[in-house]
Design a binder for this molecule. Structure first.
Ligand code: PRP
Length: 178
């Protein structure tokens, strides 16, 4: 285990099992349909790469890059779209894939932005859901795990751009960020 990690929440094996199950469920729900899978960068990078390999539907992969203003660990609520979709989502089924949902402000922005482009449907899949921090009501369709309000890193999730490469999800030691 990395020296900055206090404990492992979800091991590599546990993550793989859960991603497989989510893939089965999503494949069932979109059977025979084309699905535009949108990874929200950078955090969703690792999860979306694993998830699409568990999907048995016609997948088109796309990415967007968003960032919230401010350097603090708290989301400010002002979202910047740094890279838009490449795909035209008019009349398409869209699945937005996130690594973690905290306040919900990023997704609230994305869903309302995408809705102006008249997709056939929009659903949300997140690996981790931190409901204790929710500020806006967001309907999340697929959830990997409900997580406690701890400082979580790994499997794509960073602290100051580090720890994204850890193959597990863990809780960062307080001494690292305090
Ligand atoms: C994280 C995460 C979500 C967002 C969730 O991204 O990947 O996109 O925050 O927070 P919210 O529900 O409070 O809006 P971050 O801005 O840290 O960027 P990153 O994906 O590049 O790490």
């Amino acid at each position: 285990m990395h020296k900055d990690i206090g404990s492992i929440l979800y091991s590599e094996e546990v993550l793989a099992e859960r991603v497989k199950a989510l893939g089965r469920q999503i494949s069932e729900d979109y059977k025979g349909k084309k699905l535009i899978v949108v990874g929200v960068m950078k955090g969703a990078n690792v999860f979306v790469a694993d998830l699409i390999r568990q999907l048995d539907v016609d997948v088109v992969l796309d990415f967007i890059v968003v960032s919230s203003y401010g350097a603090s660990t708290e989301t400010t609520g002002v979202i910047r779209l740094l890279k838009d979709l490449d795909e035209n989502i008019d009349s398409e089924h869209v699945l937005i894939v996130e690594d973690i949902i905290d306040s919900g402000l990023t997704l609230e922005y994305l869903v309302s932005n995408f809705n102006t482009r008249h997709p056939e449907s929009i659903k949300i899949c997140t690996l981790l859901n931190k409901v204790e921090r929710r500020k806006v009501d967001i309907k999340v369709d697929y959830i990997g795990f409900q997580v406690p309000d701890e400082f979580i890193v790994g499997y794509g999730i960073d602290y100051a751009e580090r720890y994204r490469n850890l193959p597990y999800v863990g809780i960062l030691k307080r001494s690292v960020y305090e």
